[in-house]
Design a protein around this ligand. Structure first.
Ligand SMILES: [Zn+2]
Ligand SMILES: [Zn+2]
Length: 320
């Protein structure tokens, strides 16, 4: 199966069509931290009211958030996660856990998750629902599902949206800026996906993704700066480079994986799943559960607390 098809037809791609805009990602992550009101999001991320309003509307329309009065009878509205939205929990956990290890070395992550069952600060270890073995880049096999052929690939809506805001705007979105740059930018996401499928060389990325040379150079440079790809000169005259997955990027794999599993469940196409994933250790169809890295018990929304009030989160996310 062509790499291009594997990427473009995957449910990560469809999930990103739904939620993959950078503001939407930020809105969703902060919803998991308990943010529910328009003014809170506005203050937190410095989003313009019109953009915020359009993103919230879209999330409601797509069934990820629901709008309701703050109190019965009140005219003030708040937004809460629906069942579909709340099911992005594993994905949010994957983001926080990866950032805690790879962006903030452990304790200084602004969003501290407390596992109430054991009382310790936690991050998630994702294991297989069948055999409890670790799940990651090295032990998942992907096969075509019944919906594969039914899905038309259309890059046109995504390919035009190639502009990433200037680098200094990262400060405005605080600690999750790095993550959002990677997954909220379609080209970066597609390049990383191709790298997961074994693409390393400039020409090969271009062949697989039909990406303009200047955009590809720019994204590869950014990904190398971020430590997501390591560049390696394999030919001198003319200079040619290959781009290798780093450990940081291999650990990041859990973020798109959780999004893909969510997409498989909530965004099926009529003919069925586009891809079926298997856990190599046990050979079973992949299901995933998050375990507390301290006590080994399963994490769920009900047994997780955010450290102290929203105040430190607001500060860390919103400071510019
Ligand atoms: Zn397994
Ligand atoms: Zn625990």
């Amino acid at each position: 199966m062509a790499i291009e098809d594997r990427i473009l037809k995957g449910s990560v791609r469809r999930a990103l069509d739904l939620i993959g805009d950078r503001w939407t990602l930020l809105i969703l992550l902060s919803a998991f931290c308990g943010v529910q009101r328009f003014d809170e999001w506005k203050a937190l991320h410095g989003i313009s009211p019109s953009i915020l309003s359009s993103r919230l509307k879209r999330l409601v329309k797509r069934g990820i958030l629901e709008q309701q009065p703050v109190e019965p009878g009140s005219r003030r509205q708040c937004y809460t996660l629906t069942e579909m939205g709340a099911d992005l929990f594993n994905w949010a956990l994957a983001v926080w856990s990866w950032e805690r290890t790879w962006v903030y070395r452990d304790s200084d992550h602004p969003v501290r998750l407390i596992h109430k069952t054991c009382g310790h600060s936690t991050s998630a270890d994702f294991v297989c629902g069948h055999c409890n073995g670790r799940v990651g880049y090295f032990n998942i096999t992907i096969e075509r599902g019944p919906g594969y052929d039914a899905l038309a690939v259309d890059m046109s809506s995504g390919s035009r949206r190639t502009k990433i805001p200037a680098i200094n705007s990262r400060n405005n979105i605080g600690h999750i800026g790095r993550f959002v740059d990677i997954i909220g930018d379609r080209w970066s996401f597609l390049i990383i996906s191709a790298a997961y499928f074994g693409v390393t060389r400039f020409d090969a990325f271009q062949d697989q993704l039909h990406i303009a040379t200047n955009i590809l150079s720019d994204r590869l440079r950014r990904l190398a700066e971020d430590g997501m790809l390591a560049s390696n000169r394999y030919h001198d005259k003319p200079a040619r480079y290959e781009y290798i997955l780093t450990e940081k990027n291999i650990a990041f794999y859990q973020v798109p994986l959780m999004l893909a599993l969510w997409g498989d469940k909530w965004l099926p196409n009529d003919a069925g799943a586009t891809f079926i994933r298997y856990h190599d250790n046990c050979g079973e169809k992949l299901t995933v559960k998050p375990l507390c890295n301290h006590c080994g018990e399963e994490l769920c929304q009900d047994n997780i607390d955010f450290d102290s009030s929203k105040e430190p989160i607001l500060k860390s996310l919103g400071s510019s």
